[in-house]
Design a protein around this ligand. Structure first.
Ligand code: IVH
Length: 681
């Protein structure tokens, strides 16, 4: 059944409006509406598309939450190859570049060249292809000739427009254009991701570039959708349909004009770009940016200098697959060598044991560093790091420095191997490591564990208790004032005043901060409990599924498993915690003080409120997970088997035994269309 014209028109309006707000928020950093107003438009569009599946399109704003996973990455041949850049590492190199380029251009001695200077983003290079102004597909660089199709993930990056606004830009719409740029992971988001990965026992990324690459290399776009990737666009490959110039470049006079056109089309271009004159202009920019480097919200590894005029670039030509008129002018890496004086072990909130190198202090990228993480025993073994080794260490942004590699030539033979198990034995700690996990865990490290658990409970993304830092927690634990989380709420002014360094005012502030968390979002409380594998995102999912903490105490492993997006390992961990005596006591005690706020969700008036629905067979439009999400968003629950408690069954084609069971029990069976109709109502 085709959607009526009115629905089609409204869907087009909503699409344009949502994309406009994406642009304002993610490119301009100047939102005009609140998140909830955005959500309202979004849900209206989604409901329309659900009611009229012919309105769906792969480039719809609703598709940005991540559609179905792909089975593999298809190969994509770039129309125009993705080239590389030559490097300059210092002023001398750069002057040599300028000299070289001059030889290819008709410039008078003493006349300065015109350069376009911009940041060199440290991410993953990417090519977007737009056809008739519509986003068609995205590919990685690969070997420069052929890359991998990562369209499914790129679509989730909301700063990337699904349609080039050539109308507003008053330019022609190219039939086909390849737009080249860099996908990056902002540093703050990267750090947050690693914290979450750590909390959930997931992979820790060494730096933002690896995190960007690791995210783009996922088959399931939901992962990319949940991460804060963004991108900057700086160049073109093929441009067809508006120009016959070499590589299509001639439709633009200069790099500056090209990038300004990109911006007018709605693409995000780099901050801090400039057109400058000669070597001096470039050197000034290079130094200015270096001073700002630490304050930038993303990683850069240099600047890129390009002849600004397309004519000059053409004339300079190419050498070994790099344009002769462009160069990457790099900053010194934030790597240094130093000596590992000792290896220490940190105990995390779930008991995870993290080896840390104690370094002979050294300045890296302007900061004094005396500790670097070694991640885990496997990393120590892989890199063959020993106490006494001279090693390369690296600092990326504000990230904890890490040991990159060993300078084996410096070995004297006196270096000592390190094993966490030996360390644990010496320190009377029993450590174990579960299959598939990187970290050993301490099972009996009482005091340390408690310290970590409280630090986690108080942290910003969890209960957000202002002023409750590690030092104060340590004092409180030492004074035997903190054993369980509930003890926080039992603290009295007199308790605090008895501690060293606590004044009347600071003590009262802390009590107020603790009191302020009595009303807290449910997910923060769940996250704060520090359950293994349960990061912030999982906590949100669980909180919105249960709506309160009491039912979690009674839930079985299957109940947790039945939640969309919760896997077996996480389900087991949740069940282990909530069914344990310690878990139950902890939660019940907390509930005497804390009154968690249920997430806003489909309320009692929602179409499927209180219903348990079973899905079977294949549906004409919705995937299984889309159907599940839809049911959950409308207040219902899904179950995996039919019983007397089942409210109704939604059956598609090839429905099997569940359908028989439903008929046997006399339970209502409906199809996808009917389910969508009930939601509409
Ligand atoms: S222009 C012919 N501009 O650096 C290649 N590249 O080392 C034209 N990169 O493969 C590239 N920021 O992935 C250009 N502002 C920028 C860049 C940039 C980062 C990357 C790009 C390229 C690599 C070369």
């Amino acid at each position: 059944m085709k959607a009526p014209a009115s629905a089609k028109k409204r869907a087009a309006e909503l699409t344009a409006e949502l994309e406009r707000h994406n642009h304002l928020y993610y490119v301009k950093d100047a939102p005009e509406i609140s998140d909830s107003a955005y959500d309202k438009l979004f849900h209206e569009l989604r409901a329309l598309e659900e009611a009229h599946p012919d309105l769906r399109s792969p480039n719809s704003p609703t598709a940005r939450v991540g559609g179905a996973p792909v089975d593999e990455f298809a190969k994509v041949k770039h129309r125009v190859p993705m080239l590389s850049l030559a490097n300059a590492f210092d002023e001398k190199d750069f002057r040599a570049f300028d000299e070289r380029v001059r030889k290819f251009l008709d410039v008078a001695p003493g006349e300065d060249l015109e350069y376009h200077v911009e940041l060199k983003f440290d991410g993953l290079s990417m090519s977007l292809t737009y056809e008739d102004g519509e986003f068609a597909y995205a590919a990685t660089r690969g070997d420069g000739e052929t890359g991998e199709d990562v369209t499914h993930n790129i679509r989730t990056i909301k700063s990337i427009p699904m349609r080039l606004d050539t109308k507003a830009a008053k330019t022609k719409t190219p039939k086909t254009i390849e737009i080249r740029g860099e996908v990056i992971f902002p540093i703050k988001d990267f750090e947050k991701l690693n914290r979450e990965q750590e909390a959930s026992g997931g992979k820790i990324f060494a730096n933002p570039r690896n995190a960007a690459a690791g995210t783009i290399r996922q088959l399931d776009p939901k992962i990319a959708a949940s991460r804060a990737l963004t991108a900057f666009w700086y160049g073109v490959g093929a441009v067809e349909g508006v120009s016959s110039g070499a590589g299509g470049l001639r439709q633009f006079e200069s790099i500056d004009e090209l990038q300004k056109t990109f911006a007018a089309w709605g693409l995000r271009i780099g901050d801090h770009r400039k057109v400058v004159k000669g070597v001096d202009g470039v050197l000034k920019f290079y130094r200015d940016v270096e001073k700002k480097r630490d304050a930038l919200p993303y990683e850069i590894d240099g600047i890129v200098v390009k002849l600004n005029r397309m004519r000059d670039l053409d004339q300079a030509g190419y050498v070994s697959r790099a344009p002769r008129g462009m160069i990457a002018f790099k900053y010194p890496p934030r790597q240094e060598t130093t000596v590992i004086e000792d290896i220490l072990v940190q105990i995390g909130r779930t008991g995870a044991l993290t080896p840390v190198a104690a370094l002979r202090p050294v300045k890296v990228g302007g900061v004094m560093v005396s500790r670097a993480t070694l991640h885990n025993q496997d990393e120590i073994d892989r890199k063959d790091v020993r106490i006494g080794d001279t090693v390369f260490i690296q600092r990326a942004g504000d990230v904890i420095p890490e040991v990159v590699s060993v300078v084996k030539e410096k070995r004297t033979g006196k270096e000592k191997k390190f094993s966490i198990l030996d360390w644990a034995e010496k320190n009377g700690i029993s450590a174990e490591r579960k299959e598939g996990e990187a970290a050993y865990r301490a099972t009996n490290a009482g005091g340390e564990l408690r310290q970590r658990r409280f630090e986690h409970f108080a942290m910003k993304d969890a209960m957000n208790i202002d002023g409750l830092g590690w030092k104060i927690i340590e004092q409180l634990i030492e004074a035997k004032l903190l054993e369980t989380f509930g003890d926080l709420y039992r603290l009295k002014l007199a308790d605090l005043l008895s501690l060293e360094g606590f004044k009347e005012k600071s003590s009262q502030n802390l009590l107020d901060a603790i009191k302020a968390t009595k009303k807290v979002d449910l997910y923060r409380l769940v996250f704060g409990l520090g359950i293994r594998h349960v990061g912030e995102r999982t906590s949100k999912i669980v909180a919105s599924h249960f709506g309160a903490i009491e039912p979690m105490l009674k839930a079985s492993e299957e109940d947790f498993m039945a939640i969309h997006e919760i896997g077996p390992e996480v389900a087991r961990s949740l069940r282990e915690y909530f069914s344990s005596k310690e878990g139950k006591d902890e939660v019940k005690d907390l509930l005497k003080f804390v009154d968690p706020i249920a997430p806003k969700k489909a309320g009692a008036g929602a179409p499927f409120a209180g219903l348990t629905i079973v899905l079977t067979g294949t549906f004409p439009n919705l995937s299984r997970s889309e159907a599940t999400r839809l049911i959950e968003e409308n207040g219902g629950k899904t179950a995996s088997s039919v019983s007397k408690k089942t409210s109704f069954v939604v059956a598609g084609t090839d429905a099997g035994s569940k359908l028989d069971k439903a008929q046997e029990l006399g339970i209502e069976v409906i199809d996808e269309a009917e389910m969508l109709r009930r939601i509409e109502k």
